[in-house]
Design a binder for this molecule. Structure first.
Ligand code: SAM
Length: 258
């Protein structure tokens, strides 16, 4: 038994995590599993003094934060890029406690991740976390989406943008599509109301140079209840550049959605 198992298998069983990883065809090294266990520990410890998540039960965190974040690999084209491209850049907008960015960065160490959140305390937590688990492929920035989307250092610099539980689809497209290169993808993690959200965001998507490339629907296990939870990954491809007027100033995308 190696060091990772010595330290963690007795404390947290990673068996169910490995089973759920296998369902999405991922297999991790013991070192990677250890990084997830350390992330769990730091999340629940810090959560005692800082509001990071409502989900703290071990099995729930495994499924609803870790596996849900990694469900991005269900989109075959994106999975192929994460696995095969050497210079891939991914941005996670409104990352909060690091979801989906941190799990993806642990699993894909060759991909560069930029994690963005408006709240300094979350950025500080994430900076301490990436140091603790030695993630060298992650940068954490305290920025608002509406500001970073206008910054030439970041505008149209990313192959993939991801975002979970941040805003409705229309403002979310205004946050994320400016950051994506033409021909790149923005993947919105959504619950069961994906079709409704798409219907009310069609104008925003086309104004912002996007086109729906596909929706990946799947059922997530629910450890605290036998009923599974519907999840949707909406893949919006950026097909053309965005007018310089977008994103509008901070607060406008949610107050006056396109
Ligand atoms: N993505 C994480 C997850 O799924 O667990 C966090 C979700 S949390 C409900 C929403 C996060 O988005 C918060 O941390 C908030 O600070 C951030 N956020 C909301 N609007 C933002 C904006 N305009 N720019 C940057 N961050 C934003």
């Amino acid at each position: 038994m190696n060091e990772a198992n010595d330290l963690y298998e007795h404390k947290y069983s990673a068996d169910r995590f490995r089973d759920e990883l296998a369902e999405i065809h991922l297999s991790l090294t013991d070192e990677q599993v250890k990084k997830f266990m350390l992330t769990y520990e730091m999340l629940v410890e810090t959560n005692k003094v800082m509001n990071l998540t409502a989900i703290t039960d071990f099995d729930d965190v495994i499924t609803k934060h870790f596996i849900d974040s990694l469900s991005l690999v269900r989109i075959k084209k994106i999975r192929d890029e994460l696995v095969n491209r050497k210079d891939l850049k991914v941005i996670d907008m409104g990352t909060g406690a690091g979801f989906p960015g941190i799990p993806l960065a642990i699993v894909f160490p060759n991909v560069k991740f930029v994690l963005v959140d408006a709240l300094m305390k979350r950025v500080k937590y994430l900076t301490a976390l990436i140091e603790k688990i030695n993630l060298t492929n992650v940068t954490v920035l305290q920025k608002r989406a509406e500001d970073i989307g206008r910054d030439p250092m970041h505008r149209e610099q990313y192959d993939i943008a991801v975002s979970r539980a941040v805003a409705n689809l229309s403002p979310l497209c205004e946050y994320c599509l400016p950051l994506v290169k033409v021909n790149g993808d923005f993947i919105a993690y959504k619950s069961n109301k994906a079709e409704e959200e798409i219907a009310t965001s069609r104008r925003a998507i086309s104004t912002l140079g996007g086109k729906i490339a596909g929706i990946e629907t799947f059922l997530m296990n629910n450890p605290s209840d036998n009923e599974k939870i519907e999840r949707n990954l909406i893949d919006i491809k950026k097909v053309k550049k965005i007018p310089a007027t977008y994103p509008r100033k901070a607060g406008t995308p949610t107050k006056k959605p396109l």
